[in-house]
Design a protein around this ligand. Sequence first.
Ligand code: NDP
Ligand code: MG
Length: 415
Amino acid sequence: MALANGQFHAHAPAQPPAPVPRRIVLLGATGSIGRSTVDLLERDPEGFSVSAVAGGRDVEALARVARAVRAEFAAIRDESAYAALKAALAGTNIQVAAGREAIIEAALRDADLVVSAIVGAAGVEPTYAALAAGRDVALANKECLVCAGVPFMRKAAEMGVQLLPMDSEHNAIFQALGGEDPSRIERMIVTASGGPFRTWSKERIAEASVEEALNHPNWAMGPKITVDSAGMMNKGLELIEAHHLFGIPAEKLEVVVHPQSIVHGLVAFSDGSVTAGIAVPDMRTPIAHCLGYPDRLTTPTPRLDLAKIATLTFEAPDFERFPALKLALEVLRDGGGLPTVLNAANEIAVEAFLDRRMSFDGIARHVAEACEAALRDGTANAPATVEDALAVDHIVRERSRSALAGRAASGMLLQ
Ligand code: NDP
Ligand code: MG
């Protein structure tokens, strides 16, 4: 419904309903988000067709997914996996390719929506290629915006494409915004479960094992984001993500810890009204919202039963026990290129922790050191383009790897 001032009513769909079948490209098809997406696509074979699926190294899983969704093209990042993928898809019409270019080719296949669910900065190039080619993108990969938020948002605006938030908090906020005037927003609140260490002491968190960090109370996710969640770095990355996605300054962004993960995100307006996105914690809900947008799919997810849940609790985040969240907030406030540095150093440190080469509290310490070093030598200047951001990403990764390798030579667990 059009209003007198030319704005559209908040509840009117932003676009006409999507054509059926909707053509989908699924990047990161074998991961946690990828599998949940495939689950929804498989339930609606009339509603969707899949132009391409892409994965990292897991040949068997990628071949299984490609067959399940009858993809036209399957791309794997690991170049040496070409023959194995070709063999695994023998007898089908599915085209196969391997390597960096193959992932970009997948991103550029004809599609109404590209689902960006590769983990880490590895998702930047293909996701940006899709945006630059004018494709609408559903963004699960938050590292794209942490690494290269300014160029990403600029390109999305320039191409007039939709960047739909698939991350549950951002998806909730997107729905809670309902197309309202951004100047009337006072605060945007992202909730955090608090992860497995929410009630742990600083000393206990410092010596957490890989198994303990991977034991998330509410969400089953890939290993990198699960470790990020345990230290609340994930929430820091999400604040940076929200800043870019919604054009909201750092001082209007807040985190509240909400262990039940039922309320995912809230928007507070100038008249005191607060709208919230609420749902059971199941990623298929935000994924379905993006796949169907502006229409709605019907999902098999459990339905919200507030009387059964009975109690929703909220608490302030503890920056002392979760220094990664504090650091990410500082980096966001500083702006410039520090988020790119933080993201790259974090990926290397999390990798080292998962390989049992680094202590849990070593992750945030390493990231802080990488940011300080970048401030000293100019690496932290704001990247103007995606290429600049990827160059900084590359430098910081190399530096982090050699710093950690140097220390690991002592044979001690990195602190
Ligand atoms: P997973 O680790 O489960 O999956 C990662 C996917 O990326 C896999 O398909 C993997 O392939 C692929 N991949 C890894 N490296 C490369 C590469 N270099 N090139 C191409 N593909 C690659 O991660 P998640 O699904 O948990 O997370 C994906 C993204 O979504 C992350 O950015 C995360 O922060 C975000 N997200 C995830 C949520 C969740 O619930 N899981 C919630 C909100 C956001 P392979 O299997 O072959 O290694
Ligand atoms: Mg999230």
